[in-house]
Ligand binder design. Structure first.
Ligand code: GDP
Ligand code: MG
Length: 193
């Protein structure tokens, strides 16, 4: 009794995923300037004011508790890094979940978001990957070009979740990441049935 070898003695349903650690790779996609890095910094708990790390790609590693269970997120803000096609291809392959960001003040970034959704569907055809469409900069009321209704209608068409955020005001950023964790868990559970 008390041997450390008995740690995993309870019956594991053999789905081949016994190393199913709770580390989720989440990838930020979206046009330049929509607020990907800002959202990532808020998520990573990095204080604002340091925009010097703007060009380089960054990853953020953080654990959050969602529905009383901890989840670790590895957030990749590398989509625009070096403007590299190779990196973009890797991004499309490696994510457990995706955040497609547009700015509510920029209609063309909204159209780009649709393109990215289509690209992603193509890259990961048979998989049912969690995707959240994010309308960022909701604080800029006067320069809004994309309504909440347009955003959520687009999400319905694309069969993904939708949320509006403001990285500047930290509004809904926590909710965004909680939503991702819940979505990933839902898909996992339904796979393991
Ligand atoms: P990225 O190119 O997608 O990484 O976008 P950035 O995070 O670098 O943001 C581009 C610009 O938009 C920066 O000047 C940010 O300060 C600004 N920005 C980002 N998020 C918001 C937001 O929620 N509200 C407002 N007002 N500005 C934002
Ligand atoms: Mg950036």
């Amino acid at each position: 009794r008390g041997s450390c070898a008995s740690d995993s003695s309870d019956s594991v349903i053999s789905t081949g995923s016994e190393t199913d650690s709770q580390l989720y790779k989440v990838i930020l996609l979206g046009e330049h300037g929509v607020g990907k890095s800002s959202l990532a910094r808020v998520f990573g708990g990095v204080e604002d004011g340091s925009h010097d790390c703007d060009e380089a790609g960054n990853t953020y590693d953080r654990s959050i508790v969602v529905d009383e269970e901890e989840a670790s997120i590895l957030l990749f803000d590398v989509w625009e890094q070096d403007n590299s096609q190779w990196i973009k291809e890797q991004c499309m392959k490696m994510g457990d979940a995706y955040i497609i960001v547009y700015s509510v003040t920029d209609k063309s970034s909204f159209e780009k978001a649709s393109e990215l959704r289509i690209q992603l569907r193509r890259a990961r055809q048979s998989e049912n990957i969690p995707i959240i469409l994010v309308g960022n900069k909701s604080d800029l009321v006067r320069s809004r070009e994309v309504s909440v209704d347009e955003g959520s209608a687009c999400a319905v068409v694309f069969d993904c979740k939708f949320i509006e955020t403001s990285a500047s005001l930290h509004h809904n950023v926590q909710a965004l990441f909680e939503g991702i964790v819940r979505q990933i868990r839902l898909r996992k559970d339904s796979k393991e049935e």
